[in-house]
Design a protein. Structure first.
Length: 68
């Protein structure tokens, strides 16, 4: 994030090709997109991943409250 703010960054060319958003990542799918996956194993994978991320976040913010 710091490098992204530096127009002269050594990493500028790499940063410029990074996605601007992550809506194509399954954890960010809308309810409608997830509904289309009903009955597939992917639905459980997404649910588990979201739960894992929430657990990690809770652990981090418990240890480092200023991270919130």
């Amino acid at each position: 994030m710091q490098e992204r703010r530096k127009p002269e960054s050594y990493f500028k060319e790499f940063i410029d090709i990074l996605p601007k958003n992550f809506t194509n990542f399954p954890i960010f799918y809308t309810a409608e997109e997830r509904k289309a996956l009903e009955g597939s194993a992917m639905q459980n994978v997404i649910t588990d991943k979201i739960r894992d991320i929430q657990t990690d976040y809770n652990m981090i913010t418990t240890e480092v409250p200023e991270f919130m």
